[in-house]
Design a protein around this ligand. Structure first.
Ligand code: NAP
Length: 259
């Protein structure tokens, strides 16, 4: 039986895990697509393409030209544009689409969270007494915090920023996850952080800062996720493989368990 070409919209640990499992199965021919945001992305199994498609019409064309049989959107929960484009492009091209989205973090006993529904609301929620913030929101929305130039910000990035940071008082730490609680607690303490601002990314790789904030008794302004698109959604790579087998009607080999 010829292998099925699967487009994985990636940029997450789950996408890389899924690529590894599909690539090891002769029934599948996975192509991982990355936006190209990091200079040296982690290796992925199977084929790799890098860079934007050029909008939703171009993505629909890519699906047809490459004879893609199914698309798994395993992008970051906050990567809204590509997720929206995938919905429409798959409809136009008649390609089945699955959203693979890891579960959000849940408040634990001892957490001091203020949950807000946007980055703008997070900036508005900063207390008058806030002086030093670990701002863990990616680079795209830093402008929103320009209204609070009296605050000092700790920013963490994988690569040095290409553009100037719009915040007057800041320090940049270059690091790639996964992170561990002990080191995160040390980072927060060393920089005398009094508030953490984070998106509810979910997953294990970046949770340590939340656990460290709990340990240190620091407040966290937690930005809720944008809505999940309509259509099939799973929260594990095993369930994604089950969906692919069902939709492509492959003989159903049980998916290997992933830690
Ligand atoms: P976005 O706002 O949803 O996407 C902006 C544009 O980047 C899209 O319109 C698309 O360009 C291109 N793009 C995004 N993901 C792509 C992919 N997997 N393959 C090819 N093109 C892609 O996304 P973002 O928030 O900038 O995130 C970019 C990527 O980084 C995502 O793939 C995401 O999984 C990963 N990531 C994001 C975050 C985050 O915090 N947002 C965190 C970790 C990883 P065209 O319109 O030209 O096709």
């Amino acid at each position: 039986m010829p292998s099925s070409r699967i487009l994985l919209l990636g940029g997450t640990a789950e996408a890389a895990q899924l690529a590894g499992l599909l690539d090891a199965d002769p029934a599948f021919d996975p192509i991982t697509s990355l936006a190209g945001r990091t200079a040296d992305p982690a290796a992925v199994a199977g084929q790799l393409r890098i860079g934007g498609f050029g909008g939703l019409e171009a993505l629909a064309r890519y699906l047809a030209d490459e004879a893609i049989e199914a698309l798994v959107d395993a992008t970051h929960p906050f990567a809204q544009r590509i997720t929206g484009n995938a919905v429409t492009a798959c409809q136009e091209a008649g390609v089945p689409r699955l959203r693979l989205e890891r579960p959000p973090w849940r408040r634990q006993p001892g957490d001091d969270w203020m949950e807000v529904d946007s980055v703008v609301a997070a900036a508005e929620a900063l207390a008058g007494s806030t002086r030093r913030v670990f701002l863990s929101i990616g680079r795209q929305d830093l402008d929103v915090f320009k209204a609070h130039q009296d605050i000092w910000y700790l920013l963490r990035m994988v690569d040095p920023p290409a553009d100037p940071i719009p915040l007057q008082h800041h320090n940049i730490v270059l690091a790639r996850g996964p992170f561990v609680e002990e080191a995160e607690a040390e980072l927060l303490t060393r920089h005398r952080i009094d508030t953490v601002v984070s998106r509810n990314a979910g997953g294990g790789a970046t949770y340590a800062k939340i656990a460290a904030a709990r340990r240190l008794g620091l407040p966290v302004i937690m930005i809720a996720r944008p809505p999940t698109p309509a259509g099939p959604v799973v929260d594990s790579v095993e369930a994604a493989i089950d969906w692919l087998n069902a939709v492509l009607m492959k003989p159903c080999a049980p998916a290997a368990k992933v830690d």
